[in-house]
Design a protein around this ligand. Sequence first.
Ligand code: OGA
Ligand code: NI
Length: 318
Amino acid sequence: MEKLISGRCHLQLVPETYTLPPESRPGQTQVPLCETIPVIDLEGELSFDRTHLIKQIIQASQEFGLFQLINHGVSEKLVHDVIDVGKEFFELPAKDKVSLYSEDPKQSCRLYTSIDYDSEKVHYWRDTLRHPCHPLEEHMQFWPEKPPHYREVVGNYSAEVWKLSLWVLDLICEGLELESRYLREELSPVQSMAINHYPPCPDPCLTLGLPKHSDVNLITFLLQGESHVLQILKDGQWLAVEPLPNAFVVNVGHMIHIISNGKLSSADHRVVTNKKVARTTVTSFIHPCNNCRIEPAKVLSDCSPPLYRDFAYKDFLK
Ligand code: OGA
Ligand code: NI
């Protein structure tokens, strides 16, 4: 539990174990905004031109591997409540969190700071509470009991995001001209939620909250909060993803890149730290089941040869 970075808020200097080697440091943490990331507005979605919507999503996923969704139907109140309850969780005294702290990745609901803390050379400035969500009745009993409304708020929120994520997956499926429900069943039955907490950092030039990565799963819906610290690597340059109120940042996962035989991409992104405020983000990941075999869809690898051989999702994660 003492490994958690949120327990060390008094730090005046970045400890050596969090100081990245010069070549990996973010250097300048204030980077220009990426003005071109597509913002897809779902206002009046039922009267929508579905073909146009699909085109927007596919184009964004081809060019950026990331887009923002606004007016998506998940209420502003629920979005605020889930961020607030995430913040409240991290503000709880250590005695209320200790039972959830675990270094065992097999523990279903757990609080940790890094997947590989003991073997990594430098640590990242982030703690995470992570647990599976779907179906709620199987998992909720293992979620935190405090704050008292955690289960209700996160339960309502995750159910809404689950529906929205599957709907977007269906649109992607249609846009790729795959048979309907191709991305359903075995490819998308698992939803997990991460509440990420990034405490203020005395010197953001030396550290990262999260290093460069693309999400390995199928699709991710992120509430990124208000600070300009989420960055995307676009044409060799780090650019900030604009924080838009109540928007979802949707990350196309690596599995969609593979299934689409490279037609869609997943964005490289990272999180820098900031000096002033603690930041809490809420991330919902949709995953294939562990034994599911992943391969480029046959219809997409007919004209161009498959770029990837098939593999089990669990082996990829390893
Ligand atoms: C992630 C991620 C971004 C953030 O959890 O994969 O990219 O701002 N999070 O927390
Ligand atoms: Ni990510």
